[in-house]
Design a protein around this ligand. Structure first.
Ligand code: TXD
Length: 308
């Protein structure tokens, strides 16, 4: 039997995710949205690419959650995207209602699924899905760190003119202005990036990473990033479905790890068939630890507003 991935929200991120999942032969895909015709049309269009692309994964578009039943992974991208001048937090209450409604449906139809939350503000929406679904914390995970790290990696590779494949990077914390890029744990062919470029250059790349989402929004003007976000989502889907046990920075529910209690924040997670298999506690310097705590406090403020 083939794996089934449902993608809720057939917008830019959702549709690109559906495409990447199918083109990587990972799973059949159910694309679901509230707007009549959009999930049906995009899924049909993608399915018609199958003979040329050579994938056998079936893609179906629908507005009916019955079609998502028994999903292995459900990716939640439903919501409003940021537009210029709008902060991630402005989205809080609107997207809370959307993610709440979606989660209720998903939990009913796919009680054993792993929920992969993408909607912003990311960490608070992951907490919404966690609380509303009642799923164990291992089965609710948020995507942000893989994207933020990918941005950092691409900037490092560009700066040093080396292959992106040589560059590893780690960005922890909440997905927002308080994210915590960790240059010390970012390496090029195993060499810490702190040994390879002056501090001022590194600081510039860190700042650009922090601003990565806004940089794309200011260029696109009518929406936010989706190519790199969908790549990041699919790396996580792949690690789950193929039980790769990859260590990836993901938003996970913390209960004491890093001294943080009761909120989602981006930490190194081992991702496998059971979802969050474990959380890695890597040694952090005093400043890094403080930055992570500040980031978690920013998430806590939002989840308190939502009474989660
Ligand atoms: O790193 C990250 N986590 C992110 C998060 C990276 C990129 C985008 N990020 C967030 O994902 C972004 O801020 C948004 O909150 C979501 C989706 O972004 P996208 O760019 O795909 O937004 P679109 O194109 O506006 O698509 C949203 C779709 C759209 O088709 C709506 O009709 C649909 O969501 N939508 C719904 N679908 C199902 N059910 C409900 N209730 C619903 N409401 C809206």
């Amino acid at each position: 039997m083939r794996n089934r991935v449902s993608v809720v929200g057939a917008g830019n991120v959702g549709a690109s995710t559906a495409q990447r999942v199918a083109e990587k032969h990972l799973a059949d895909v159910v694309l679901i949205d509230v707007v009549e015709g959009i999930p049906e049309g995009k899924a049909l269009d993608l399915w018609e690419s199958a003979p040329v692309e050579g994938f056998d994964c079936r893609l179906v578009g629908t507005r009916d959650y019955a079609h998502t039943a028994g999903s292995d992974v459900v990716v939640i991208t439903a919501g409003l995207a940021r537009t210029p001048g709008m902060s991630r937090d402005d989205l809080l209450f609107k997207n809370y209602e959307i993610v709440k409604g979606v989660t209720e449906q998903v939990a009913q139809h796919s009680p054993d699924a792993i929920l992969l939350v993408v909607t912003n503000p990311l960490d608070a929406m992951a907490q919404t899905a966690f609380r509303i679904s009642g799923f164990p914390k291992q089965r609710v995970v948020g995507m942000a760190g893989v994207l933020d790290s990918a941005r950092f990696r691409s900037f490092i590779a560009e700066e040093l003119s080396v292959s992106v494949q040589n560059v590893h990077a780690m960005v922890l914390g909440g997905h927002g202005d308080t994210m915590v890029p960790l240059p010390r744990y970012s390496t090029v062919a195993g060499v810490p990036v702190t040994d390879l470029m002056p501090t001022a250059t590194l600081d510039r790349l860190v700042q650009r990473t922090r601003n990565g989402g806004a940089e794309i929004v200011s260029l696109l003007k009518t929406g936010s990033a989706y190519y790199a976000p969908s790549s990041a989502i699919v790396e996580m889907v792949d690690s789950i479905l193929c039980d790769r046990q990859k260590i990836l920075p993901c938003a996970a529910f913390l209960e004491g790890e890093y001294g943080i209690q009761g909120v989602f924040a981006g930490v190194p997670v081992k991702l496998g068939r059971r979802g969050v298999e474990s959380i890695l506690e890597i040694p952090l310097g005093e400043e890094e630890q403080k930055a992570l705590h500040r980031s978690a406090a920013a998430v806590k403020e939002l989840v308190d507003k939502l009474k989660l």
